[in-house]
Design a protein around this ligand. Structure first.
Ligand SMILES: NC(=O)c1ccc[n+]([C@@H]2O[C@H](COP(=O)([O-])OP(=O)(O)OC[C@H]3O[C@@H](n4cnc5c(N)ncnc54)[C@H](O)[C@@H]3O)[C@@H](O)[C@H]2O)c1
Length: 436
């Protein structure tokens, strides 16, 4: 395919050289003439392992060249990759000036074209394609883009230092596009590269890149704070993390990575408090680990606001224990939520089969009678009766019976779903997903 690449920095140069190596015909564009000259001389404008060899080979073969004019590059290609920088502004917001400018230039060049795909590889906050890329392309083009000129997003996952290797061995290929035609066009660039291909919406593709980078940063800081604490305690942090990472069921896995409601229970909050106390007693701050419980409390506060804003009383809660399948109420975030609304004078009923049983028998009976008798008295044993009672139904447990009764609700009632009972909520109910 004939490709033009805008921005010959790390991402642009690596993409240009690797796409040429894969058999494509590539024209690089940069406003920096030194970079243009270097590339045309077979030299790499950036230091990166194996890159200069690939550039030298492609320039010699005539499959790679650089120019300073967007016009020529767009005219001679069917797809343009945008790889310009997206730095921070002094207030930390994302500076999209380079993206806006390059899009206006490409837009002007597109006036002479009947079909083209403009694909952004630069990292941009979700909404940037809609609010910057398309309007700037249209500004340059002088009106709405015709259907045959399409826009896509294809985030780059390479790491400096191993960028060429990463290009040919990516963890995944993600393409966001409004049409499958545009997505297929971009995917075809990477034929022969073994990696799962994900086609999605533009905003999701934009978001995935941030989630990846934030998670990588989180992993590094997490491991470093574990190291800080381990060193103080005389434990070998590398041995600890090797054992930790060998658990691919709960640790290095999909477990606990679905957005939902706050955690609770008899272990997580207590154990975080204990380890933070130990750090403090050794005069050691652990800012990342210290932020976990405030973050969790913030989710409970958000749920309070959401239920209040729904504005309908009385309330029915489906679920009371800290997670489904247990009667354990210790530090259940649902108990905290319910207590908040009792304090505000709301009329409430609660359905939780396991807790109802525990009130009669079970080891939790004493806890219920002693610690939360005010809540225990609000329990209803019949699910249908619970559903009739509340004008706002708060779903706190993921239980197929709850999905069934909620989908049968008739109009008028509001549902606040803290667990994502449905990927696509049923029609005809006033449904609010908590973190989606
Ligand atoms: N560097 C990385 O490891 C990496 C990895 C993945 C994603 N990203 C993202 O990719 C994007 C590019 O990063 P980079 O590190 O390659 O940036 P960079 O600063 O190294 O290169 C950007 C290039 O764009 C050029 N440019 C600016 N305006 C232009 C215009 N109007 N026309 C043509 N060229 C123009 C600049 O002269 C520069 O050479 C950023 O959004 C970054 O966040 C970077």
């Amino acid at each position: 395919m004939k490709i033009s690449i805008f921005g010959l920095g790390y991402v642009g140069c690596v993409s240009a050289a690797c796409l040429a190596e894969a058999g494509h015909d590539v024209t690089g564009v940069d406003v920096d003439l030194t970079k243009v000259d270097l590339l045309n001389g077979g030299k790499s404008p950036v230091i990166e392992k194996d890159l200069e060899t690939l550039i030298g080979k492609a320039v010699k073969n005539g499959t790679l060249r650089a120019v300073a004019s967007a016009d020529d590059a767009v005219a001679g290609s069917e797809l343009s990759l945008i790889c310009v920088g997206t730095p921070s502004r002094p207030n930390n917001s994302l500076n999209l000036d380079y993206v806006d400018r390059v899009c206006r230039e490409i837009g002007r060049a597109l006036k002479k074209k009947t079909h083209h795909v403009v694909c952004v590889r630069s990292t941009m906050i979700p909404g940037s394609t809609e609010n910057h890329v398309i309007p700037s392309l249209e500004e340059g083009f002088g009106g709405s883009l015709p259907d045959r000129i399409q826009v896509a997003v294809n985030p780059e996952f390479l790491r400096e230092g191993t960028a060429v290797h990463d290009y040919f061995n990516p963890p995944k290929t993600v393409v966001g596009a409004a049409s499958s035609d545009a997505a297929d066009h971009v995917v075809s660039l990477y034929e022969g590269i073994e990696a799962p291909v994900v086609k999605t919406s533009i905003a999701t593709a934009e978001m995935v890149k941030y989630v990846d980078n934030v998670f990588h940063a989180l992993k590094i800081s997490f491991a470093n704070e574990v190291g800080t604490l381990s060193k103080i305690l005389g434990v070998d942090s590398h041995e600890v993390m090797d054992i930790f990472a060998s658990d691919t069921k709960l640790n290095i896995s999909r477990a606990y990575l679905k957005p939902g409601f706050a955690f609770g229970g008899s272990c997580l909050p207590k154990d975080i408090r204990a380890i933070l106390y130990k750090g403090r007693s050794e005069d050691q701050d652990l800012p990342l680990l210290s932020s976990i419980l405030p973050s969790n409390d913030m989710q409970i506060d958000r749920a309070v606001r959401m239920i209040q804003e729904a504005g309908k009383r009385p309330l029915t809660f489906l679920g009371l224990s800290f997670k489904p399948g247990t009667d354990d109420l210790r530090e259940s975030p649902l108990v905290i939520l319910i207590e908040t609304f009792l304090g505000k004078g709301y009329d409430i009923r609660i359905y939780d089969e396991n807790v109802s049983l525990a009130r009669l028998v079970g080891a939790n009976r004493a806890y219920i009678e002693k610690e939360i008798p005010h809540i225990s008295n609000l329990m209803i044993a019949d699910l249908d009766e619970a559903m009739r009672f509340g004008e706002t139904i708060i779903v706190g447990h993921d239980d197929p019976r709850f999905a069934k009764v909620v989908s049968k609700l008739s109009g008028g009632k509001t549902v606040i779903d803290l667990v994502r009972l449905f990927d696509a909520p049923p029609d005809g109910i006033d449904y609010h997903g908590f973190n989606w």
